[in-house]
Design a protein around this ligand. Structure first.
Ligand SMILES: Nc1nc2c(ncn2[C@@H]2O[C@H](COP(=O)(O)OP(=O)(O)O)[C@@H](O)[C@H]2O)c(=O)[nH]1
Ligand SMILES: [Mg+2]
Length: 363
């Protein structure tokens, strides 16, 4: 039997889930006609090794190990582009998605009944009992409404990570997928014009078998980031926009600390400014580490301290560039507000470029 369906399994620390999942896929699809591609972002629990061990004994299994890369969406895209199978499905590797749906989903796309088959927790007959908390269910509610508006498609579960599509169609869309933040399904639906015809399959969303969730807390945030990326990302790059927003919050922190020390506690302006600058820089470092660079987050005492010192140094140079540019422009007769703004933009771009490379990037 020739290769017909590829199942893409993005993984981050899912070592113990792989072997039982392959068994369940085989149970659903039979012995051949399919392959499973595990796309692992260099998990530190040895997922890639476990995957290779399976693959060694079973040619239906393939492994892509990505080094220095992170992200569910980009892992899924890369996996989907790595198969010769005419149909491709993406599903979670943690057993929350039931492979038993695959044959029906495949049949629906293969017969042309729909362009994309989506497993839905909220379709009639589905269930979200495996959802960890009520907050996520709530987030799904407003996310659904926004998703409907941007994709023009009515979906009961636009945040679903379990779908099946013709590979050729996916390859056509791939260049216009953003691969950032967004749940990959929304990315695909909003990239295609005319809209894809969707059919939903009720999913009994299960509890994950082993390991822990990586996305729980960040779902709403990722969604907003994806939304921004789709709408304005070409104008101002998403990461720079996040960096700038964090910087603006830092200005707020600076003023709060400054007024507390200078106005309320009666310290000298110079001392209050130095402390406020320091607190604001540390706050910015912390927030950027959590949000802007969440995919490259520095962890552990040593790495964080080193990053924090690097960030403070970078920002000091940025502040100098800011002041130098602003005073130069003002001295040349530019309007003071425009000079100040130019200084801020130069400082921000400088800080962004340098800290991106030297604090969170790789040399
Ligand atoms: N390759 C890769 N896989 C990821 C990444 N983040 C999550 N995953 C995988 O995507 C699937 C869904 O993630 P999970 O943490 O279960 O999200 P949740 O079900 O929304 O809580 C799992 O198979 C994860 O191992 C990532 O950054 N890279
Ligand atoms: Mg999960």
């Amino acid at each position: 039997m020739t290769l017909n369906l590829a199942i893409i399994l993005p993984t981050l620390n899912e070592r113990d889930n792989l072997a039982p999942l392959v068994a369940r896929i085989e149970q659903a699809l039979g012995a051949d006609g399919w392959e499973a591609i595990i796309v692992d972002d260099n998990s530190d629990d040895g997922t890639a090794d476990a995957a290779r061990e399976l693959a060694h004994a079973d040619p239906r299994i393939r492994v892509i190990q990505r080094i220095g890369r992170r992200g569910l969406a980009s892992a899924a895209i890369e996996g989907m582009c790595a198969t010769a199978a005419p149909f491709v499905a993406v599903m979670d590797a943690d057993h929350q998605h039931d492979p038993a749906l695959l044959p029906d989903m495949l049949a629906a796309v293969q017969t042309g009944e729909c362009d994309i088959a989506v497993a839905s927790r909220f379709a009639e007959g589905g269930s979200a009992a495996g959802l960890d908390n009520a907050r996520r269910e709530q987030a799904s509610g407003w996310a659904n409404r926004i998703a409907r508006r941007i994709t023009g498609v009515t979906l009961s579960d636009p945040m679903s990570g379990f779908f099946l599509i013709e590979t050729q169609r996916l390859r056509q869309l791939a260049p216009s997928l953003s691969g950032i933040g967004f749940k990959i399904l929304l990315d695909i639906l909003s990239a295609s014009n005319p809209s894809l015809r969707v059919r939903e399959f009720p999913l009994q969303f299960a509890k994950r078998l082993s390991g822990e969730s990586k996305l729980d807390r960040a779902v709403a945030f990722e969604f907003l980031v994806g939304l921004y990326d789709r709408s304005f990302g070409r104008l101002i790059p998403t990461r720079f926009a996040l960096f700038g927003t964090v910087g603006a919050l830092g200005v707020g922190v600076h003023f709060a600390v400054l007024s507390m020390l200078f106005l309320t506690a009666g310290r000298s302006f110079a001392l209050a400014t130095i402390i406020a600058t320091f607190v604001a820089m540390s706050f910015n470092f912390w927030l950027n580490n959590w949000l802007t660079y969440r995919d490259r987050r520095l962890r552990g005492w040593a790495a964080v301290t080193k990053g924090w010192i690097g960030f403070c140094l970078t920002c000091s140079v940025g502040a100098f560039a800011n002041v130098a540019a602003a005073t130069l422009l003002e001295a040349r007769g530019a309007n003071w507000a425009i000079a100040a703004l130019a200084g801020i933009i130069i400082g921000a771009v400088w800080n962004y470029a340098l800290s991106s490379k030297f604090v969170w990037g790789r040399y």
